[in-house]
Design a protein around this ligand. Structure first.
Ligand code: HEM
Length: 181
């Protein structure tokens, strides 16, 4: 089920074996620039009142988050996008649901992350590479995949809460959503 989720969205998004190969090749560059990208990422979140409040809600949180984001970034290039990958990204998404972060912040942060990853990974390390455009695209596609999985956890949690509050069955809910009732 989870692998089929990945296969379906990867296929629709054109995330190919060649993208996976390019990402694996870029792993050393990701490792090299991860600390700079992570610092930029959180400096950007610190500019916003809502995200800053969440980052500093617990002592030591931002330091721990820097480690989490660094590992996440490098693991984009691990090369295996199956059940374990899905479970990891779903759990990451779910953690944001748990801390009460609205999905628009995650979407905006991913947009920002794409920009800085392109600058530090591709522009810096592959300036004259004939596959430069393909490298931007590969990074974008894997971040889209991650965002898709993270947002699925938001959707699932909201449906679950709705069913609990209303007492609706899942079947009734699905029918309502499809407009078939
Ligand atoms: C590209 C978007 C993002 C990625 C990839 C990301 C990544 C992560 C990861 C890997 C974790 C650790 C999850 C775990 O415990 O297993 C995490 C947790 C968390 N993230 Fe994010 N994050 C993103 C956006 C944001 C934004 C916009 C905020 C806003 C402040 C945020 C705040 C948090 C918080 C508060 C936690 C939980 C920390 C704790 O357990 O104390 N994240 N994130």
């Amino acid at each position: 089920m989870n692998t089929s989720f990945i296969n379906e969205v990867a296929s629709l998004g054109g995330f190919t074996e060649e993208d996976r190969r390019l990402l694996a090749e870029m792993k050393p560059a990701l490792e090299k620039h991860a600390a700079t990208i992570v610092d930029n990422f959180y400096a950007n979140l610190e500019k916003n009142e809502r995200t800053r409040a969440i980052l500093y809600a617990k002592p030591g949180r931002i330091e721990a988050l820097k480690g989490h984001l660094r590992r996440w970034l490098v693991s984009l290039a691990e090369g295996v996008y199956g059940d374990d990958y899905f479970a990891n990204r779903y759990r990451i998404g779910y953690r944001h649901v748990e801390v009460g972060l609205e999905p628009r912040y995650v979407i905006a942060a991913m947009a920002y992350c794409r920009t800085i990853a392109a600058r530090y990974i591709v522009d810096t390390e592959y300036a004259d590479d004939p596959q430069k455009e393909a490298r931007y695209a590969a990074l974008n596609k894997v971040m889209d995949l991650d965002l898709n999985i993270m947002l699925q956890s938001y959707d699932d949690k909201r449906v679950q809460q709705f069913l609990e509050v209303t007492g609706f069955s899942r079947e009734l809910f699905e029918n309502l959503m499809s407009g078939e009732v």
